[in-house]
Design a protein around this ligand. Structure first.
Ligand SMILES: NC(=O)C1=CN([C@@H]2O[C@H](COP(=O)(O)OP(=O)(O)OC[C@H]3O[C@@H](n4cnc5c(N)ncnc54)[C@H](O)[C@@H]3O)[C@@H](O)[C@H]2O)[C@H](O)CC1
Ligand SMILES: [K+]
Length: 472
């Protein structure tokens, strides 16, 4: 929900506007429950759940409404809730503040609107919420809860202690999984969040990446890139992208002549050369051993399509059961390989067709086609294009970042490496979606400076900024 909120804001629908819709939705349900002239007590907490009800008060002026704010107005937690409180005070709607639980007086209302706590609840109710919840439950009134009954965890439907016992709940945007287990009517209200906030990747998707301050080296991924042969720059680009996307360690396994070059690109890379001028089946046992201690393997950058190399990829995937990103020429082995591995495949549309998948100029049609093909393969697909389509499991996303300057060589290697790093810390579909978003955003930042003259290494430098999240 937090990610969707941030994406909606980026689309130009700020949270205050959603709060206005939420408050309006609360008022609509009230009108179904009690007739004009009835007495309504609104019990508002200091977060946005309370803010929704402060808005509702403005839509409920046909009733005898009293708003009880739990706490001093200075302690209201968000700007948008405070602005709605200030509007209510300025408009001289009946309001009081509860600073001493013992003095809380709910009165004798026909309807109570419980807006103490919503999705922001942690632990059991503290004061004055605990006393207010008791008063609400003891009152001879119907109780309408805003979003979730206060004290209930929206994900589990369970409470850490006492909670409000609601008769009705009006919840926003989507049903909350725990509500079905409660004995009350649930109304799901559309609050005008654009479908695009969920369909398209956006800055909200980056919230998944917040790091734990207690983390250690290795917690954010040890990524192995297997590639190189006919092309020497590609594996170095992918490995550096993995580091820029947050991996703690990036290793490259490649033919000896490539190894010397890769080391020259960056002293941050750990390079392992193998005999010969390309990957071949005899390298596979050693490679499997090396891959076993890594979090993710990225297969393909610069590998070429020599039969020996493709046989080696096939043999590797036959025995590997970890997570792998498969890119470039290595993609063609995926449809006929029987593997226990979790694969994220990153074809462009030509490579998708070679794999046996279908595509379409309309991205929405393409989304269905790619979803079906991902289901057939049993893997996650990130199909690159002006709109990237990401599909796997029963989910799909579309990414709109990026620009025509990114058709330059090497940007796909950067994307594959970044996907590898993110797959070490996120589920496959999320890793692919965030990587596509950040890679395109890095390209957009580079295009601001270099227009059509941007090169793949420009993306590397801008990946950290492209992955930096916004405040919730
Ligand atoms: N897109 C949407 O769904 C929208 C939802 N909206 C509403 O916003 C709330 C969530 O708001 P948030 O500010 O994040 O949290 P809460 O209001 O639920 O609570 C935060 C507040 O409560 C304090 N607190 C936490 N736990 C306890 C406790 N056990 N006892 C006492 N106090 C507690 C905490 O310190 C904070 O001060 C969502 O449910 C919707 O109703 C918006 O309208 C925007 C759109
Ligand atoms: K509530």
């Amino acid at each position: 929900m937090a990610a969707v909120d941030v994406n909606a804001e980026a689309l130009g629908v700020p949270r205050k506007q959603l709060m206005e819709s939420s408050g309006n939705a609360v008022a609509r349900v009230c009108r179904d429950l009690v007739d004009p002239g009835a007495t309504v007590a609104i019990v508002a907490g200091r977060g946005n759940n309370g803010g929704d009800a402060l808005v509702a008060a403005r839509f409920l002026q046909v009733y005898d409404v009293t708003v009880h704010l739990l706490g001093r107005p200075e302690t209201i937690a968000t700007d948008i809730a405070r602005e709605n409180w200030d509007a209510l005070v300025a408009s001289e709607l009946d309001h009081r503040t509860v600073t001493d639980s013992a003095a809380f007086d709910l009165g004798d209302p026909d309807l109570v609107v419980d807006a103490m706590l919503g999705t922001g609840v942690t632990g059991s109710l503290r004061e004055p919420e605990a006393t207010a919840a008791k008063a609400i439950n003891d009152a001879d009134a119907s109780v309408l809860a805003v979003d979730v009954p206060s004290g209930i965890d929206a994900d589990t439907g369970e409470a850490a202690g006492d909670a409000v016992d609601a008769d009705h709940v009006v919840t926003f945007h989507d049903d909350k999984p725990g509500l079905g287990d409660l004995d009350c009517d649930v109304t799901v209200a559309d609050i005008g969040i654009p479908a695009a906030a969920e369909r398209f990747t956006g800055p909200g998707d980056l919230l998944a990446l917040r790091r734990d301050a207690q983390s250690h080296k290795g917690d954010h991924g040890d990524v192995l890139v297997v590639g190189g042969g006919p092309y020497t720059g590609a594996p170095a680009l992918a490995a550096q992208a993995a580091l820029r996307a947050g991996a703690d360690l990036a290793r490259v396994a490649c033919p000896e002549h490539v190894a010397r070059e890769v080391q020259g690109y960056s002293e941050n890379l750990i390079v392992r050369g193998f005999a010969g001028d390309r990957l071949a089946p005899e390298h596979v046992p050693d490679l499997l051993g090396f891959a076993a201690d890594r979090d993710v393997v990225v297969f393909g950058p610069g590998l070429g399509d020599d039969d020996d190399s493709l046989d080696a990829v096939r043999a590797f995937l036959d025995s590997y059961d970890g997570t792998a990103v498969v890119d470039a020429d290595a993609l063609q082995v995926v449809p006929d390989v029987d593997t226990e591995a979790t694969l994220i495949c990153t074809p462009h549309q030509g490579e998708l067709r070679q794999m046996g998948g279908e595509t379409d100029a309309d991205w929405d049609v393409r989304r269905d086609l790619v979803s079906d093909f991902a289901a057939d393969l049993g893997h996650t697909l990130l199909v690159k294009g002006a709109y990237d389509v990401i599909a796997g499991g029963d989910e799909s996303r579309v990414n709109r970042t990026g620009n025509p300057g990114m058709t330059v060589g090497g940007t796909g290697d950067v994307l594959a490496g970044a996907t590898g790093a993110l797959a070490a810390v996120l589920p496959p579909l999320d890793a692919a979606a965030v990587a596509a978003y950040a890679n395109g955003r890095a390209g957009d930042l580079a295009a601001d400076e270099f227009d059509g003259g941007l090169v793949a290494t420009d993306l590397l430098e801008r990946l950290p900024e492209a992955l930096r999240g916004v405040d919730e």
